[in-house]
Design a protein around this ligand. Sequence first.
Ligand SMILES: Cc1cc2nc3c(=O)[nH]c(=O)nc-3n(C[C@H](O)[C@H](O)[C@H](O)COP(=O)(O)OP(=O)(O)OC[C@H]3O[C@@H](n4cnc5c(N)ncnc54)[C@H](O)[C@@H]3O)c2cc1C
Length: 523
Amino acid sequence: MDAIIIGAGPAGLTAAYELLLKSQIKPWVFEASADMGGISKTVNYKGNRIDIGGHRFFSKSDRVMNWWTEILPIEDTPEGHSFPLKYRGQSRDLPHEMRLADPRQTDQVMLVRSRLSRIYYLRSFFNYPVKLELQTIRNLGLWRMLRIGLSYLRARLFPLPEKTLEDFYINRFGRELYGTFFRDYTEKVWGVPCSHIAPDWGAQRVKGLSITRTLLHAVRQLWKKPGGDLAQKGVETSLIEYFLYPKFGPGQMWDTVAEIVQSKGGVVQTQHKVVRLHAAGQRIEEVSVQCLSSGEIRRVKADYVFSTMPVNELVAALEGVEVPAEVAELAKGLPFRDFITVGLLMKKLRICDGSNARSQGVADNWIYIQEPDVKVGRLQIFNNWSPYMVQDPDTVWIGLEYFVSEGDELWTKADSAMAELGIQELAKIGIIHPEDVLDSTVLRMKKTYPAYFGTYNQFDRIRAFLDGFENLFLVGRNGMHRYNNQDHSMLTAMVAVENIVSGRTDKSNIWDVNVEQDYHEEK
Ligand SMILES: Cc1cc2nc3c(=O)[nH]c(=O)nc-3n(C[C@H](O)[C@H](O)[C@H](O)COP(=O)(O)OP(=O)(O)OC[C@H]3O[C@@H](n4cnc5c(N)ncnc54)[C@H](O)[C@@H]3O)c2cc1C
């Protein structure tokens, strides 16, 4: 029996690996691009590597943590592994019986990295998540703090009916704090004002945040002694979290998995795009695959189909079945946000706060750019993800991230103009001197964010129609139009394989993965 897997991202490759492990079904993975890993790939530009968005390897799921560490062993650190990995306040121990490796001796290894990310706003750094502390008060000024306090009180006393994300934020944080830390950044990410986004998004994103808890935390901090290595370097220890990270970025994990899949008898073909799915009754019988280098299209038999392609494209590719007009329209209306990374190779950065002694000057993995006078949304410092991402350790390799929509003004800019824009913007907000730029590159990535507006609120109807095909399994991120991280994407694939092996036909357990929605990647 054969399973056609559309896409060699984390979900597709996990499905292939699990099928080989748990069944007699042969996986055929067709990948439209030239790379493994989908959004989680690593792009190599002249020996300097780009991770699109920054991918922490951390999961609440033991199954995923064990899976990752079976593929790539963990760095054997001089300190040992007495510290727990932490992510968004969730703590977990490293898997037992894990394999260890020395990154100086081998490339097949995941590093244990500390995480720091801060907000850059009013040309100053704010700890992330924002804390009520002296530095925050100093950066914002007493007058603004007073306005924040008063508008918070007002919001608590006279809450708005919650029709939009804007109402949601204002009710929880007050209009002033919303305007300071939420409005501009959220609009940069989604390209639409918060007043156009459904409030559910806020419920998922800021569920754990509360002003009362922030105030209590601030009071507790007054009694806390400073400590820890990074604290001595000026970084608040409570902000330090650890995650795993392949030596050469996330794509290394998926390159390795693809090699294993092929060594075990699976097929992985890049530059092969699935262009049609041929249905008969409640089954997908065949798919048409186009080889993008020759243009040739061939039909391949499918006993099972795992799809990680965007749901709107999947619906449009169905043949041999009448797609209800309503489903076709809803699928067309599913929105996405796209992504541009401008890679800049720098002699050094202008910002330097003592948190990192090396040339990059700061220890942040990434920095949220909250400044409203520039379009750049986030800044990655790849040296701080893994020093092996950078060819010359005396240079600083950074990625400027722009949230865009395919075809918009930024998307269609020439690469040179886009790089120039990035340089000018970072210079304007005081992060670099343009004369320190050594090289640049521009990377565009489509459909990085399946968005929760447009027709999304009627997604259930699309899902019900597609779930009706008994041998079709929607998995992953765009595959389910859901804000899934790598681990969620992988788990959906694992559950789908288990369903096939156990003969379970109901697919609700695949959709149940990540419904608690409490630790998607951060924005
Ligand atoms: C900015 C950002 C930051 C992130 N940070 C983290 C993080 O810190 N930790 C984390 O775990 N996750 C993170 N994620 C999420 C992670 O990138 C995704 O969960 C993961 O890549 C989704 O895997 P996937 O296989 O479902 O889809 P994708 O990665 O999108 O892969 C799908 C693949 O399918 C291929 N494809 C599409 N259509 C076709 C077709 N018709 N035929 C053949 N191939 C096709 C595509 O080319 C692609 O390679 C982040 C994402 C973003 C955008």
